[in-house]
Design a protein around this ligand. Structure first.
Ligand code: PMP
Length: 379
């Protein structure tokens, strides 16, 4: 990922999948206190007070309480003991690769998927097999076939506001995927960094809430809901899978990860400031999503199939004539706008007609201007 804190002049780059620096809450952190105990080595799973506050927040915020009435087998709440603190979701994925896979093993992913996860799998020497998606996410029948053919180390999925398509798996799809993981005793890794970034109702609960006997890990992060520079995230385990992660030499030697950062965020959580910030952030991102969607629809509705998400960062648009979006990219750049071409997210070089447009980095007027430029480039 290229680090960016200022927007380059002249081009509106909708390919940047990062929070707008203007929305980073610097003032909140000036008043948060760090105590002496936070400066010592901590517990391997992460600071207990922070895990307790996080468990409470997740139990309320992740759609768990709303879904309990429809799905009796769901866990009642998330416990601190189910959580392991990490330095972000990329770090969580790295830990999982180290503990659950060996070079040469296979990982099953969605097609398309988050391309940096693909890079991480490559770095661990893992083979990637892509499984098709439909409008409800990862296809169950295709996944079962792939499980039989490849006996993978784990399955990697992005269930809520998927990067890049914006798709959210409904509850029935989540249940089916978890049931498959249990039947085949194959670890299911759910990258849920956008789970708490819903604009209307919360999405169905994290995959790790569905069945205490299924091997499922849900990964979360503060990168998109507070600030990426914190490098703070977590792994939520459904069952007995956590002890194997806790055996990590990194966690044992380091006394757990990120105790000072956890203490800062814990004090924002205890005072309700984090929750208030998140509510405002959802409102801002929702308005940006609306502006991008409406402007795109008005200017390019005849040329594009638009998948408008209910949360997260990304809108996925596909050229109706099946043209190559990467070929349109140079024309777009000449007009002063950019995006990520769909092919980038596929190990099979599919999705050439699609583009991922991020609505988190720019404000509403800039997004509107981006659509004006895109319409000129594609027109
Ligand atoms: N997973 C997905 C699906 C993402 O989109 C991103 C950010 N682009 C990350 C993980 C990275 O998260 P973190 O900053 O917590 O490492």
């Amino acid at each position: 990922m290229t680090y960016q804190i200022t927007k380059p002049r002249g081009i509106i780059d909708l390919g940047v999948g990062q929070p707008d620096p203007q929305l980073l809450p610097a003032a909140l952190f000036q008043s948060s206190g760090v105590q002496r105990q936070d400066l010592a080595y901590g517990e391997e799973a992460g600071d207990r007070r922070f895990r307790t506050l996080l468990a409470e927040f997740l139990s309320q915020d992740t759609g768990l309480t709303q879904s309990l009435s429809t799905h009796a087998a769901l866990q009642q709440g998330i416990e601190a003991e189910q959580l392991l603190i990490t330095t972000g979701s990329s770090n969580a994925l790295d830990l999982i690769c180290s503990r659950y896979a060996r070079p040469g093993d296979t990982v099953l992913v969605e097609d398309p998927t988050y391309f940096i996860a693909l890079n991480q799998f490559a770095e661990h020497g893992l083979k990637v097999v892509a499984v098709p998606m439909d409008e409800h996410g990862l296809c169950v029948a295709a996944l079962e076939l792939a499980l039989q053919q490849h006996r993978p180390a784990f399955i990697y999925t992005v269930p809520s506001y998927h990067n890049p398509t914006g798709i959210t798996q409904p509850e029935s799809r989540r249940q089916a995927l978890v049931a498959l993981a249990k039947r085949y005793q194959c670890l299911l890794v759910a990258d849920e960094v956008y789970q708490c970034l819903y604009f209307d109702a919360a999405p169905p609960p994290p995959l790790a809430c569905f069945d205490p006997e299924a091997p499922v890990l849900s990964i979360g992060s503060f990168s998109k809901i507070l600030a990426p520079g914190l490098r703070l995230g977590w792994i939520q385990a459904s069952s007995e899978v956590l002890p194997r992660l806790l055996q990590s030499a990194l966690l044992k030697s380091g006394g757990g990860l990120a105790p000072v950062t956890s203490a800062l965020v814990a004090s924002l959580m205890a005072r309700g400031e984090f929750q208030r910030f998140l509510t405002d952030l959802r409102r801002t991102l929702r308005a940006r999503r609306d502006r991008l969607h409406h402007s795109l629809q008005a200017r390019l509705g005849a040329q594009l199939d638009i998948n408008c998400p209910d949360g997260g960062y990304f809108l996925w648009a596909t050229l109706r004539d099946g043209g190559d979006a990467s070929e349109s990219l140079s024309a777009a750049r000449r007009e002063g706008v950019s995006f990520l071409a769909g092919q980038r997210f596929s190990v099979n070089d599919r999705f050439t007609a699609s583009m991922r447009l991020c609505f988190a980095w720019y404000d509403e007027d800039e997004l509107d201007e981006a659509c004006v430029r895109l319409a000129r480039a594609l027109g």
